[in-house]
Design a protein around this ligand. Sequence first.
Ligand code: FDA
Length: 303
Amino acid sequence: MPLRGLLLYLSEHPGLRRWVETSAIARRLSSRFIAGDTLDDALKVCLRIKSQGISATLDYLGENVRSLEEAAACRDMYLRALRAMKEAGIHPNVSLKLTQFGLDLDAEACEANVARLVDCAASIGGFVRIDMESSAYTSRTIDIATRLHERFGSCGTVIQAYLIRSAEDVENLNRRRVRVRLCKGAYLEPPTIAYPSKREVDQNYLRLADALLAQGEYPAIATHDPKMIAGVRERASEYCDASSRFEFQMLYGIRRDLQRRLVAQGYRLRLYIPFGEAWYPYFMRRLAERPANLLFLARGFWR
Ligand code: FDA
């Protein structure tokens, strides 16, 4: 199994997760990608990047909760996050995963939980992005995001360029004016439904970005790949108000050099800022994206 596959497999390993999440050294090393354990930690980061001209979306870490009580507690934390952002003068914008809101346990309860959040976001001029998880959840995520968008506005979702189905999904979401964040995709998927090579994923990414820039509702171009960014900038330059028709998005702690450059060139940039104690699966997906990060990890342990 290639290293990416192994790391993604281990990202779902409960024993390793328990061990890593309680290790003080691992916690310190993960701080490169995670804002901190608490909402306060995350708000400090939002304010810091705001002073650099960068917006934020907050992610309270957690996925695949095991009870509806846990799901309700996550929803309440997100409600607090939206209101706290508003009070701190930060545009209220959060990103969540449906399995954290109870999708595996009770789909109706899950949708009701997210509806409360989107309702709250709409009432304070905020926005809720429903992240995309593995392909087992794609259709359900798109359906829920579309329904909530139709009820409240203020809700969008994510499309993964590695999935073969994505061109059709983008077309449908564009028609319904649902806001899309385009990313490459971070899970382990079989070649029957996902492009297996980076070249094909990149080609599809640019095709989808094209469709979103031409017909989408304020798309978010989420990538750290300079080639994708250059392709999108070239396409966007065909529009006269190019830099306000879309935004770039990146993950906290990744390619800060590129982040600064885009902002200096006048592009809108939003950082995805994760916080909370359940950071293991998120951290492992970041390692899988760039196994060279393992060297950084090894150096940290050695020191
Ligand atoms: P690619 O993986 O080709 O990397 C390009 C370059 O970026 C690398 O050469 C390296 O320089 C840098 N880089 C990328 N990842 C790095 C890392 N972990 N550490 C250090 N450098 C790194 N996925 C998903 O399935 N569902 C979702 O909802 C989301 N949401 C999301 C939001 C935002 C704002 C972003 C930026 C990304 C996501 N993703 C996601 C993750 C996404 O699918 C993808 O796994 C990562 O963004 C990495 O892909 P890149 O487009 O950066 O390209």
